[in-house]
Design a binder for this molecule. Structure first.
Ligand code: PEP
Ligand code: MG
Length: 316
């Protein structure tokens, strides 16, 4: 019965008092689109384009192949938003022909946007393919870069988008603490932010996301992580721009309420989590979410933050 009730609860994401928080899907390619549509996703908040690059270890996929894949995804959300992330190669997602094999700390080396700025041809082809895929479609395309560290990175990405003739909003992922600390500066170059909480936790706590022994520090309830989310959301609000979350944090229904309370403007997650997040968000007002967020930030551990938020939301 609980499952049926959750499946029936469709419609846009919103708090009990009607504050809208669009619920978007994280996808890896056209194969994930059906599940996203069935879960009632209001669009795509993170299209990880790495999958397209995995077929060939020697070169990037052709422009034609990319156009076809992007077009399939864009056509599935005719009225919705689609946020495409340009290639995030390196560290946990190495690609033979792009990723330096001799770095002592690949997570701190040439990865994400850094890789693309070293290989402008790969970035140009991807942006040109996106521009062509969106041609003639009413879709609301947004394109964002992974691993933006500062305003110089953000400007380099925005320049590349303009040069490719891309008619879309350009955004920056906040995955490095420097980007959260200087979010207003980055927002001088781009139109939106999207928090990648998986990497943001990794870099905030100096805790490798692939090492189980440090997983305690990868907990997205960590108050320090919530502080960086709040900083980013406040900066976006001050600039009149949006700040979403597309890391795993958004898929935890209780944490999703806290993120909304911190001022995050959209939540993107694996399709399977959307009904649960939608149902939980609908139970609380924005003011309750804000109080839960304040209680979580006032805590000293991830565990206490979760209990404090839970206590506020259950009216204890
Ligand atoms: C993140 O880091 O939170 C993110 C969404 O990107 P990925 O998990 O693909 O690195
Ligand atoms: Mg990331």
């Amino acid at each position: 019965a609980r499952k049926a009730a959750l499946a029936a609860a469709t419609g846009p994401g919103a708090t009990a008092d009607g504050h809208k928080v669009p619920l978007l899907a994280n996808i890896g390619g056209p194969a994930d689109v059906t599940a996203a549509v069935e879960a009632g996703a209001e669009g795509v908040g993170l299209f990880r384009t790495e999958f397209l690059f995995l077929d060939d270890s020697k070169q990037a996929p052709s422009e034609e192949k990319q156009v076809a894949a992007y077009r399939q995804v864009l056509e599935a959300f005719p009225e919705g938003r689609v946020v495409v992330r340009v290639l995030d190669a390196g560290a946990d997602k190495p690609l033979d022909f792009l990723t330096p094999g001799d770095e002592p700390n690949p997570a701190l080396g040439v990865r994400g946007l850094r890789t693309l700025l070293d290989h402008p041809d790969v970035l140009r082809t991807q942006l040109t393919a996106l521009a062509k895929a969106a041609e003639g479609l009413p879709v609301y395309l947004e394109v964002m870069a992974p691993m933006v560290a500062d305003r110089i990175d953000a400007r380099a990405f925005a320049d590349a988008c303009r040069e490719a003739g891309l008619r879309a909003k350009f955004g920056a992922m906040v995955e490095i603490p420097s980007a959260a600390l200087r979010a207003r500066s980055i927002l001088q170059e781009v139109e939106f932010l999207s928090l990648g909480t998986n990497d943001l936790a990794q870099y905030t706590f100096a805790a490798d996301r692939q090492v189980g022994a440090v997983s305690r520090l990868q907990d997205p309830w960590q108050p320090a992580l919530l502080d960086l989310v709040a900083l980013s959301a406040e900066a976006a609000k001050a600039e009149g721009k949006s700040c979403g979350v597309c890391g795993e944090a958004a898929s935890d229904p209780l944490l999703a309420c806290v993120l909304a309370g911190l001022g995050v403007t959209s939540l993107s997650m694996g399709a399977a989590s959307i009904p649960y997040v939608r149902a939980t968000l609908a139970k609380y007002t924005l003011a309750q979410c804000e109080r839960a967020a304040a209680a979580a930030r006032a805590s000293d551990s991830a565990e206490d933050a979760r209990s404090a938020a839970q206590a506020v939301l259950s009216g204890e």
